[in-house]
Unconditional design. Structure first.
Length: 158
């Protein structure tokens, strides 16, 4: 892959009531952090098809539907450049499945504020809770510290 080229991915924020099924990643990027399940979009696959497939591959959960929430664009001067389609899905509670990408945990909504997550995810959860669509642009320095987060729909910059 050419350095700097954006890769395209999907993420699914899986909920059961006030709990979120999150993955504590076992590998980079975001190793050791809690993230929604997801992955790269395959050739000839729509983002919706990818979120259904990736959720099944990582959790064994067969979603019957997923709701589109927004888009996140990550830009850095190193090889961390993504465009991600974000979805949510509500499911009945089940024990956290086994996952070969790391370990899955049910996390309560109140724990999200203090959880070790990528810096962008706090904004995403806030907008998802408010049922607001988003197009976020996150910029990072060479050490992958977020230097700016912009809501492209409102123009708000952090």
């Amino acid at each position: 892959m050419t350095p700097g080229i954006k890769r395209v991915a999907v993420f699914c924020i899986i909920r059961s009531g006030d709990k979120f099924l999150l993955l504590k990643r076992a590998k980079e990027p975001n190793k050791g952090k809690f993230v929604p399940v997801g992955g790269k979009i395959d050739p000839f696959e729509t983002p919706y098809e990818a979120v259904i497939r990736e959720t099944y591959e990582e959790t064994g959960i067969r979603l019957t539907s997923a709701k589109f929430c927004g888009i996140l664009s990550d830009t850095s001067p190193v090889n961390y450049n993504w465009v991600s389609f974000i979805y949510t899905a509500e499911i009945d509670f089940i024990p956290a499945p086994i996952c070969d990408e790391g370990e899955l945990y049910w996390i309560s909504e109140s724990e999200l504020r203090t959880l070790d997550t990528p810096s962008t995810d706090r904004y995403i959860y806030k907008y998802v809770a408010a049922e607001r669509h988003f197009v976020f642009s996150a910029e990072y320095d060479a050490d992958l510290n977020m230097t700016q987060m912009k809501d492209e729909l409102s123009g708000f910059v952090t």
